[in-house]
Ligand binder design. Structure first.
Ligand code: PSU
Ligand code: MN
Length: 299
């Protein structure tokens, strides 16, 4: 039921490095047209790093591994693209809809295709106030069971960073931080939480992935790659904005799967676009690192 491009199919058959990329970040994470520019740039960075990019989405109900430029444009601009987590996959396939895949569903489709390294911007996690709302992203359950490594810039403080790290521990998911003793919070390098496990560079990272999977341990690995210093928004500054965005979401009664896209768009507005610039910079940074991890793992 998967449609894999010839280029990716051949690379996988030859054991060459392939890097999965998600599409919710394109359709629901950033405004048009910068979302499409970002998607193309990230693919180019993965290629320059010696790996084949595999952007994953669902088009007309068909799960697709690898997209053309026109298809990226469609995902970034069409109004009728559903945000698809794992629970949404069967409905979108049966109804032949367009779907943008989250971290959870991208991991699952990547694993079905045989791809082990996946680059994105931010992970879903335990939302603030989850003790009342029960809002915990399916990204975490997927990390507990599907053997794909996910490179992100950590967890944004629209989430409860501490509870997200606790949940990942419960699920048996290693959380590595590249080159830092502190777990990063997406827009900034600081979060107030120590790195659960520190690695320095792609070789040390790939060694942990190989060890996990050679031990027969099922499930994913979180690799947090802090935003470069030059691009970061200091934690107190973005923290105040996030609090305002959360209050606005509350006032408007935004809930469930709409909450993350709503908050991201609101934060872009409240920062006059500075959060979007930081978001794009960190995804590009992750693409270079992810390609290096995939190349090391394949070699
Ligand atoms: N964080 C971002 N940008 C995003 C997302 C999270 O900075 O685009 C998306 C990812 O696709 C992630 C999803 O998997 O939101 C989580 O949504 P939910 O909490 O509904 O599972
Ligand atoms: Mn949720």
């Amino acid at each position: 039921m998967l449609k894999i491009t010839d280029e990716i199919g051949v690379a996988l058959a030859d054991g060459r490095p392939v890097v999965a990329l998600e599409s919710t970040i394109i359709s629901h994470g950033m405004p048009y047209p910068r979302n499409v520019e970002m998607a193309r740039e990230v693919e180019a960075i993965v290629r320059a790093g010696g790996a084949v990019p595999a952007t994953i989405a669902i088009l007309d109900g068909v799960p697709r591994i690898g997209l053309s430029d026109d298809e990226l444009e469609l995902l970034g601009s069409a109004p009728d693209v559903t945000k698809v987590s794992v629970r949404d996959l069967p409905y979108v396939v049966a109804r032949k809809l367009h779907g943008a895949t989250t971290v959870a569903s991208t991991m699952r489709l990547a694993a079905l295709a045989g791809i082990r390294v996946f680059v994105t911007g931010g992970l879903g996690g335990v939302h603030r106030g989850a003790s009342q709302s029960f809002d915990i992203s399916a990204d975490l359950t997927e990390l507990g069971q599907t053997s794909v490594a996910v490179i992100s810039a950590g967890v944004k403080s629209i989430l409860d960073v501490g509870l997200t790290l606790e949940t990942l521990e419960t699920l048996g998911v290693p959380v590595l931080v590249n080159g830092s003793d502190e777990f990063p919070s997406f827009y900034s390098r600081a979060s107030g939480f120590a790195s659960p496990m520190r690695v320095d560079g792609p070789a040390e990272t790939a060694a942990v992935l190989a060890a996990k999977w050679e031990l027969g341990l099922q499930g994913g690995v979180v690799i947090a790659n802090p935003i470069p210093e030059a691009d970061e928004i200091p934690a107190p500054e973005i923290g105040a904005i996030i609090d305002r965005a959360l209050a606005a979401a509350d006032d408007e009664g935004v809930r469930g799967k709409d909450i993350t896209p709503y908050l991201l768009a609101r934060i872009v507005e409240l920062t006059d676009g500075a959060s979007l610039t930081a978001n794009i910079a960190l995804v590009k940074n992750n693409a270079g690192f992810g390609a290096a991890v995939a190349v090391t793992l394949a070699g």
